[in-house]
Design a protein around this ligand. Structure first.
Ligand code: PLP
Length: 383
């Protein structure tokens, strides 16, 4: 199989697995134990924390390990809203967030918070003026993702965070898709909270972290043994944390060695190849401010799922833009927010490249995809 679905998850790097193995076998100590086996695990956590902080150009004490991006988003939103409840009960999130943010915001709305959904433009960019208009004296948190998981658009986070701060609100960014793909520095962006996830950067699944600006207080969401400086209780998943640390170290090396440039060139080759070979194809997301590996399209008059299944048959893993809920295929909320009709959105296809993909992989895809789209179009009644 040729894998073009790196936004869904990435393969575990062999170097990462190698570093994890001892902590799945002989080095099984609990980091809270005082004996040497426990201290070995504790040291491994410290190294991993330094590596995650290193990728973010931040301090180790600002990292809170979580069970993944979803929990990091939940902790950021619930933790800051409950902590600042006295200031106000208004939350602003963009309309194209991942469900980990959108559904958490919705759950707070049910509890009495006001939620404003920020619109985006046709390229999925949150306009700074829209945020200015949304801010109120009782706004306590703004959450806008660094880069979108469906269309790859990168947001002007520094500008948006400055607007939130001017109005006295905190700023959270879900950087799950951006981490490792582009250089992300929360201090430079001026955000207060930032979520990341291990399995999007060649680390293990079920591990992530929330970067919490030093000195910021969050209402604790997971109580118990007081791990993670009382911010997230529960015996640490040592092996996964070690894996996340190694993945972050490797990502930092990749950024230094020009990985984003190489991937962007491959992505542009794919985009220009498809745009010229498939009549009517539409590139979704921002033409230039997009993640290096992200190529997303609409193919009018065909269903994205049908293309996906045909490509699967040809040996390619890709994604369509829709979510399947309760057996019905719903058009993507991201594409709808960008102003596409439900009909347009049905033809969505997402191809997300990773570091093992080659030009030959892309050329092979370019050799089959236009024919698949044409065949599906011909099958339509009157097509
Ligand atoms: N946020 C974004 C933007 C994502 O793409 C994802 C995963 O797809 C998540 C959050 C959830 O992360 P996790 O799978 O680690 O819970």
């Amino acid at each position: 199989m040729t894998y073009f679905d790196h936004a869904a998850t990435t393969p575990l790097a062999s170097e990462v697995l190698e570093e994890m193995m001892p902590f799945l076998t002989a080095a099984y100590g609990n980091p809270s134990s005082i004996h040497s086996l426990g201290q070995e695990a504790k040291c491994a956590l410290d190294v991993a924390r330094d590596r995650v902080a290193g990728l973010l150009h931040a301090q180790a004490r600002e990292i809170v390990f979580t069970s993944g991006g979803t929990e990091a988003d939940n902790l950021a939103i619930r933790g800051s809203l409950w902590q600042n409840e006295n200031k106000g009960r208004h939350l602003v999130v963009s309309s194209i967030e991942h469900e980990a943010v959108l559904d958490t915001a919705e759950s707070m709305r049910v509890l009495g918070w006001d939620v404003t959904l920020l619109p985006v433009d046709r390229a999925a960019v949150v306009q700074p003026d829209a945020l200015k208009d949304a801010m109120r004296p009782d706004t306590t948190l703004v959450s806008v993702m660094t880069a979108n998981n469906e269309v790859g658009t990168i947001q002007p986070i520094a500008e948006l965070a400055a607007i939130a701060h001017e109005a006295g609100a905190l700023f959270h960014t879900d950087a799950v898709q951006a981490i490792g793909a582009i250089d992300v520095a929360p201090n430079e962006m001026g955000v207060d909270l930032l979520s990341l996830s291990g399995h999007k950067l060649y680390g293990p699944k079920g591990i992530g972290a929330l970067w919490v600006r030093h000195g910021m207080r969050l209402a604790v969401q997971m109580t118990g043994g007081g791990q993670e400086r009382e911010r997230r209780s529960g015996t640490e998943n040592v092996a996964a944390i070690v894996g996340l640390g190694k993945a972050c170290e490797m990502a930092a090396e990749g950024l230094l060695n020009g990985a984003p440039g190489r991937l962007s060139a491959l992505r542009d080759h794919l985009i220009s190849g498809l745009m010229s070979a498939v009549p009517g194809a539409v590139l979704t997301g921002h033409p230039s401010r997009r993640l290096p590996g992200s190529a997303s399209f609409l193919f009018p008059w065909v269903e994205g799922e049908a293309i996906l299944l045909n490509l699967d048959f040809e040996g390619f893993c890709v994604s369509s833009g829709s979510a399947c809920s309760a057996g019905a295929i719903e058009p993507s909320h991201v594409l709808l927010a960008m102003g596409f009709s439900p009909d347009d959105a049905r033809g969505a296809l997402r191809l997300t490249l990773g570091r093992d993909n080659t030009e030959a992989d892309v050329d092979r895809l370019l050799g089959v995809l236009p024919g698949i789209v044409q065949r599906l179009r011909d099958l339509r009644p009157g097509g």
